[in-house]
Design a protein around this ligand. Structure first.
Ligand code: ARG
Length: 460
C-alpha cells in the first residue's frame, strides 16, 4: 500500500525498508500523548478559524473514540503503520473521512514526536519521583530504627571511625534527595512545548502556540522552531539524572551485598528478596541488589547511546533521532523496577547490631578519639597522633585493644593519660561526641532524618 506521505514518490517502499524504518512497535506506548496532543491541536485550529469549529469538534470526537478504543483493547495497533502518529491519523480518517486529513494542518511529525516524547517523559518523571520518594522514606525509617546501632565507618574499606548504621543509611537518603532534585529540575526544562515548530521553520498559518501549550499543561513554548524539533536535551538530561540515581543504587547494592556476606554479617535480607542456589543448600544470595548493580550498566549504556546518536546530527530533524526513544524507555522501565524492588528489599532488611558492634570493637576505630583526648590534655594534634599510633602498634603486637589497655602502659606513652581515657575511647562516647552538624551522634542523625522528611514533604 502507498504511504500516507506518497507525493513526490509513489510511496511504495520495500518490506525490508519498512521494517527498518518503522517505529510503531516502540512508539505506540505514546498513544495517549499523541492523541491528547492532536486534540489540543484540533482545538487550536478551530479556535483560530484555520479549520471550522464543527470540523475541529468532529476531529476531537474521532480522536477521543480512538483513545477509548485503544485503552479498552478494542483497537489494536496496525503494525503496518510507520509510527504511532501515522496510525492515529490513518484511523481518524478511516472513522471520520476527509475531515481527518485536516488535522495535520500547521504541524509536522517532527514537532509532533518532540511533543509526544516530552509529554510521555514528564509523566515518567512523576512516577519515578514518587518511587524515589518512597525509597527515601524507607531508607529514612530504617535509619531511625538503627539511629544508635554502632558500626565501623570505613575508608579504603578499612575500619576507620565509629559511626551508627542510622548515620550510614542517611548518607544514602541525602543522595536520593539530590536525585529527586535533579529529576524535578529536569522536568522544569522538559516542560516546554515544541508543537507549532512544524517541520522546522514555523508556519504561514496564524496559529496560537501558547493556547496549545497551555491546554497540554506546558509552562512555556520553545522559542526557536529549529531548536524545537532538533532538541533532545530533555531526554539526555533525564538519562543523566537516571544514571546518577542508578550509580547511587549500585553503591548501596554493593554495600548490601558486602553486609550480607559471612565476612560482615551486618544485615539479613528477608527470604522473599533473596534467592537460593541450585546446588549449594547453604546459600542465600542477594540477587536483587546484584541485579540493581548490574542494571546500572544498562542505564549508563542508554545515556551513552543517545549522546552518541545526537553528537553529529546537523539541524534540524534527522531520522537518526528516532533512535532516542528506546533508550529512554528502557532506562525509565529499568529505574522504576529497580526503585520498586530496592524499596521493598530495604524495608525488609534487618540489621544485626551485635555483629556491627563486635566489628567496631576491632580495628582501633577509636584511635582518632585517643589522639583527640591528648589534644584536650594540651598536646598539638600531630604529637598526639604519633603517641596514639605508638599505643596502637603496641596493642597490635600484644593482642590488646584501647578499651582495656593497662594504665601503666598508657602512662609509659604519655604521663598525660589518666583514668578518664577509658571513657574517651568508649565507642558509644566516641559516637556521642561527634555532635558537629551532619556528624554521627544520635542527636545529629535525628536532625538529618527530620531534614530529609521535611524536604520530602516539600516535594509532595
Ligand atoms: N517516528 C519518527 C521518530 O520517532 C517520527 C518523526 C518522523 N519525521 C520524519 N520527518 N520522518 O522520530
Amino acid at each position: 500500500m502507498a504511504k500516507m506521505w506518497a507525493g513526490r514518490t509513489d510511496g511504495v517502499t520495500s518490506k525490508l525498508a519498512d521494517d527498518f524504518n518503522s517505529s510503531i512497535h516502540f512508539d505506540s506506548r505514546m498513544f495517549r500523548q499523541d492523541i491528547t496532543g492532536s486534540m489540543a491541536h484540533a482545538a487550536m485550529l478551530g479556535a483560530k478559524n484555520i479549520i471550522s469549529q464543527a470540523e475541529a469538534e468532529q476531529i476531537m470526537d474521532g480522536l477521543s473514540g480512538i483513545l477509548e478504543d485503544i485503552e479498552s483493547g478494542k483497537l489494536p495497533f496496525d503494525m503496518e503503520c510507520e509510527d504511532i502518529h501515522m496510525f492515529v491519523e490513518q484511523e481518524l480518517t478511516a472513522r471520520i473521512g476527509d475531515v481527518g486529513k485536516k488535522l495535520h494542518t500547521a504541524r509536522s511529525r517532527n514537532d509532533q514526536v518532540a511533543l509526544d516524547f516530552r509529554m510521555y517523559l514528564r509523566d515518567e518523571i512523576d512516577e519515578i519521583v514518587e518511587l524515589c520518594t518512597g525509597l527515601t522514606r524507607t531508607v529514612t525509617d530504617q535509619a531511625e530504627a538503627y539511629a544508635d546501632a554502632i558500626m565501623p565507618g570505613y575508608t579504603h574499606l578499612q575500619r576507620a571511625q565509629p559511626i551508627t548504621f542510622g548515620h550510614h543509611l542517611m548518607a544514602y537518603a541525602m543522595m536520593l534527595l539530590r536525585d529527586l532534585g535533579r529529576l524535578t529540575d529536569c522536568r522544569k526544562r522538559m516542560n516546554v512545548s515544541p508543537i507549532g515548530s512544524c517541520a522546522l521553520a514555523g508556519t504561514t498559518y496564524d496559529t496560537d502556540r501558547v493556547f496549545e501549550a497551555e491546554k497540554l499543561g506546558f509552562d512555556a513554548v520553545c522559542m526557536n522552531s529549529i531548536d524545537g524539533v532538533s532538541d533532545r536535551d530533555f531526554a539526555i538530561e533525564l538519562l543523566s539524572a537516571l544514571s546518577i540515581l542508578m550509580m547511587h543504587l549500585s553503591r548501596f547494592s554493593e554495600e548490601v551485598i558486602l553486609w550480607c556476606s559471612w565476612e560482615f554479617k551486618f544485615v539479613e535480607l528477608s527470604d522473599s528478596f533473596t534467592t537460593g542456589s541450585s546446588i549449594m543448600p547453604q546459600k542465600k544470595n542477594p540477587d536483587m541488589a546484584e541485579l540493581c548493580r548490574g542494571k546500572t550498566g544498562r542505564v549508563y549504556g542508554d545515556l551513552m547511546g543517545l549522546l552518541t546518536v545526537m553528537k553529529g546530527i546537523p539541524l534540524a530533524y534527522n531520522k537518526d533521532m528516532q533512535e532516542d526513544k528506546e533508550a529512554v524507555f528502557d532506562a525509565c522501565d529499568t529505574v522504576k523496577m529497580c526503585l520498586k524492588v530496592f524499596a521493598e528489599m530495604i524495608a525488609g532488611m534487618k540489621a544485626i547490631p551485635e555483629n556491627m558492634k563486635s566489628a567496631a570493637q576491632k580495628g582501633f576505630i577509636n584511635a582518632t578519639d585517643l589522639a583527640d583526648y591528648l589534644v584536650r590534655k594540651g598536646l598539638p594534634f600531630r604529637t598526639a597522633y604519633k603517641i596514639s599510633g605508638g599505643i596502637v602498634a603496641d596493642c597490635i603486637a600484644r593482642g590488646l585493644v584501647l578499651e582495656t589497655y593497662p594504665m601503666e602502659d598508657y602512662q609509659k606513652h604519655s604521663p598525660l593519660i589518666e583514668e578518664d581515657v577509658y571513657s574517651a575511647v568508649d565507642l558509644s562516647v566516641c559516637v556521642e561526641k561527634r555532635i558537629s552538624l551532619g556528624g554521627t551522634s544520635v542527636a545529629s542523625v535525628y536532625k538529618q532524618i527530620a531534614f530529609v522528611r521535611e524536604q520530602l514533604t516539600a516535594i509532595f
